[in-house]
Design a protein around this ligand. Structure first.
Ligand code: NAD
Length: 362
């Protein structure tokens, strides 16, 4: 692996969230000097809280909808590398609060780009959007980076709009030699230990296992590109490294999806998780599993969504390292162990395992 973040000043937005906490732990392991901007963590058992990573970085609690607050923190920190993950990241809540979703995801991204523009230390930035930024044609082909932006629901549209903002800032302000190199990263649904978000499948499975109740599934046949959280995070790190090494070659949009074997319906993920717990966790032996509660009048959610990752494979030399069952095992293992083991060590052990597999296979 060619990652060199030792002693670099790295700022992460959304570091209290699921992906941000894992990314912070990984960058700390790589020797970066870290700071973060985010709201408070969602629960007391988030990776951010349980791992104690907040005590090992400069932990700013600020709202990215507040431009002055963002500018002030960038000015204080003078980061070299920025990872922007802060967002309202869920589809269903975006129907309840479209204004807040657009304000955070679209205008918030404007604020981060503006802070990058006004902070001369920044050399590279990776801004995280989503696979849902594409205009969804419900077709069987993977979306390519050149496909049009779109989005049916407020969340998807707010991220499609963020992509347009990123492209406009790049063309307008970051095109001169010596400008910061700005890339966007589009990944699909990720799973991994310590996600407790509402309306997400793996947290719902973990909660159902703890409560002993069956899990109700709205869209068992919806096909999604599943990935372990460390797969796209490895992609973001590699992309940032490439931006530092050759800014003019990589400052564009990149897909980080799974290989075809991990593009699976929701029902396959449910079956694999419940089976893992049946085999490895005796106290869940009698759990009733999941049941199909799909109905025709539920809010629209995209049915089929896949990413084409040829560009990342060929030009970044990135590719997923885990099989579908390894992804399930690594994730389920975290939920099986987090109550009895120190979470920081558990996460670092999983990161180390992942780094080894990545080095062997990619
Ligand atoms: N988890 C997934 O499956 C997935 C899939 C595709 C894309 N993404 C994207 O990855 C990023 C991280 O997602 P996640 O799953 O870790 O989400 P998360 O909800 O766990 O974390 C979101 C983070 O953003 C911060 N945040 C939210 N609103 C903010 C605001 N107004 N000001 C400052 N900080 C704010 C939160 O405090 C938190 O730290 C998001 O941009 C999301 O859209 C996630």
């Amino acid at each position: 692996m060619e990652l060199n973040f030792r002693n670099r000043r790295v700022l992460i937005t959304g570091h209290t969230g699921f992906k941000g906490a894992w990314l912070s732990l990984w960058l700390e392991r790589l020797g970066a000097h870290l700071s973060g901007i985010a709201l408070d963590p969602r629960t007391e058992r988030d990776v951010f809280v349980l791992s104690g990573i907040g005590q090992r970085m400069r932990d700013y609690r600020a709202d990215i909808r507040n431009l002055d607050a963002v500018l002030h923190i960038f000015d204080q920190e003078q980061p070299e590398v920025v990872f922007h993950l802060a967002a309202q990241p869920l589809v269903l809540p975006s129907y309840e609060d479209p204004v807040g979703t657009f304000a955070t995801n679209t205008q918030g991204t404007v604020h981060i780009l503006e802070a990058i523009r006004q902070t001369p230390s920044v050399r590279a930035a990776v801004l995280i959007t989503t696979d849902k930024c594409y205009e969804n044609r419900e077709w069987v082909y993977g979306y390519r980076e050149t496909d049009p932006m779109g989005g049916h629901d407020p969340y998807s549209a707010s991220k499609g709009a963020a992509e347009l903002v990123i492209a406009a800032y790049r063309r307008s302000f970051f095109h001169q030699p010596g400008s910061p190199a700005i890339a966007s990263a589009r990944a699909g649904n990720v799973v991994g230990g310590g996600d407790w978000a509402e309306y997400r499948l793996v947290p719902d499975i973990a909660r159902a296992l703890e409560s002993g109740q069956p899990l109700d599934i709205r869209s068992p046949n919806a096909v999604r590109p599943w990935q372990h959280v460390l797969e796209p995070l490895g992609g973001y790190l590699l992309l940032a490294q490439r931006l530092l090494d050759a800014p003019e070659r990589y400052a564009e949009a990149w897909n980080f999806g799974p290989l075809p074997h991990s593009i699976q319906p929701v029902r396959a993920v449910c079956d694999a998780f419940f089976e893992y717990f049946r085999q490895h966790s005796p106290e869940t032996q009698n759990h009733p599993g999941w049941r199909d509660i799909s109905s025709p009048d539920q809010p629209h959610e995209a049915g089929l969504l896949m990413l084409d990752i040829s560009k990342a494979i060929h030009r970044l030399r990135w590719q997923p390292a885990l099989t579908f069952s390894e992804m399930v095992a690594l994730t389920a293992d975290w939920y099986a162990r987090y109550r009895s083991e120190p979470v920081r060590e558990l996460c670092l052990e999983q990161i180390q395992t992942y780094e080894r597999l990545w080095a062997e296979r990619c």
